[in-house]
Design a protein. Structure first.
Length: 379
């Protein structure tokens, strides 16, 4: 006989049983008004003792999913219409501080706030989401899980079941995500550099943080090289990390780009023969350019550099070739998906991938040797 309770799991049996019944109710296997199996049936199917079944029933009853009818049995409740508060939340990423990424998160929040305001909703910013327990006071929430799994304080809340959520930018398992195409972004940047004549293209970024968006950027870069029949030297990719001394710096990405580019230059950069560099984002690119200028390497004459996200300062010299990502539109689309789901509970939010825009700045040019060859041909 098989049982749906796994005795090898550390999860208590009553929680496993409660979750199974909850899924049956949510999926329509148990309809409103249906009677739950009797204790003897439950014992036969799940090999569960009476106190295990009782504890599972108590959880479901507390959630309003079932009701007891004395002398008759236990029945699935009819859904109770929710009383809306007119408030939705945004669970801020654990690393979103007043000192960091103001332009980035400011744009996302502007989109959320605008859509919420247009539809007569209030937006609540939820900081320290791992300690938030007032879910009944809001109607739904937008998540952005950008934590490094190795970080002991990720700040992601214990999410209640059957609660309206939408995620943004980085995929949260089981929740619809509104984002952009990171793969296509670095694919376009790499293709642009290849079309200019570059064959050695390096990548300065974060690869091991567990974030799907950063992994997609790496894969887009590698795909474009593969299509060009280029096998990248593993040393072409250099890891960027947020060092402790930069934690409170508003420009930590700039500091990181400068620090790791400088170390690269001091180590094996000149052995690689790379003529172009893709940076994880615009600020890392700016930091890298600063290190290059200190070493008398001119951009783009000696080395082409690209960014990613379109948040470089307008007065930057040279202007960056980059990918412009629709941050404000991400916030607006996510809020619209959440509110549409609240107004029509049968409408399940779906993943949305917004298009990105290639921006051809002045930080990329044909490699130095190619320019000299063209000059000789022209002469």
């Amino acid at each position: 006989m098989t049982t749906l309770i796994d005795r090898h799991l550390k999860i208590p049996k009553y929680l496993q049983l409660a979750e199974h019944l909850r899924q049956q109710i949510a999926g329509g296997g148990l309809q409103p008004g249906d009677q739950l199996p009797s204790f003897s049936e439950m014992k036969l199917q799940f090999e569960a003792a009476q106190h295990t079944v009782e504890k599972a029933h108590a959880l479901l009853e507390n959630d309003g999913l079932i009701r007891r009818a004395p002398g008759r049995g236990i029945f699935v409740n009819h859904p109770v219409p929710r009383k809306f508060t007119g408030i939705v939340g945004f669970v801020a990423p654990y690393h979103m501080s007043p000192q960091q990424n103001l332009a980035y998160w400011g744009s996302v929040l502007a989109g959320m706030r605008g859509e919420a305001r247009d539809r007569n909703y209030h937006l609540l910013l939820i900081d320290n989401g791992d300690r938030f327990d007032q879910w009944k006071k809001i109607d739904g929430a937008i998540l952005c899980d950008t934590h490094d799994p190795r970080d002991p304080h990720p700040g992601l809340p214990q999410l209640p079941s059957n609660f309206p959520f939408v995620s943004i930018i980085n995929k949260t398992p089981g929740i619809a995500c509104i984002g952009w195409d990171d793969f296509d972004g670095t694919y376009q940047l790499t293709k642009h550099l290849l079309e200019l004549g570059h064959r050695g293209i390096a990548f300065l970024g974060t690869f091991n943080a567990g974030l799907s968006q950063l992994q997609q950027r790496k894969e887009g870069y590698l795909k474009a090289l593969q299509e060009a029949d280029i096998e990248p030297d593993p040393r072409w990719m250099r890891e960027v990390q947020n060092r402790q001394e930069w934690r409170e710096l508003q420009t930590w990405y700039v500091a990181a780009g400068e620090y790791y580019m400088q170390r690269w230059l001091e180590e094996d950069w000149h052995e690689l023969g790379c003529t172009a560099l893709i940076a994880q984002n615009d600020k890392v690119a700016r930091g890298a350019i600063s290190a290059l200028q200190t070493s008398k390497i001119k951009v783009p004459r000696d080395l082409s550099v690209t960014g990613f996200d379109g948040l470089a300062e307008d007065n930057g010299v040279p202007s960056l070739t980059t990918i412009d990502v629709p941050l404000e539109e991400i916030g607006r689309k996510a809020m619209a998906a959440l509110l549409d789901g609240l107004q029509n509970p049968t409408r399940v939010p779906q993943d949305i991938t917004l298009p990105i825009t290639f921006v051809n700045g002045h930080s990329t040019a044909p490699p130095k040797g190619a320019v000299m060859e063209r000059e000789l041909v022209a002469a």
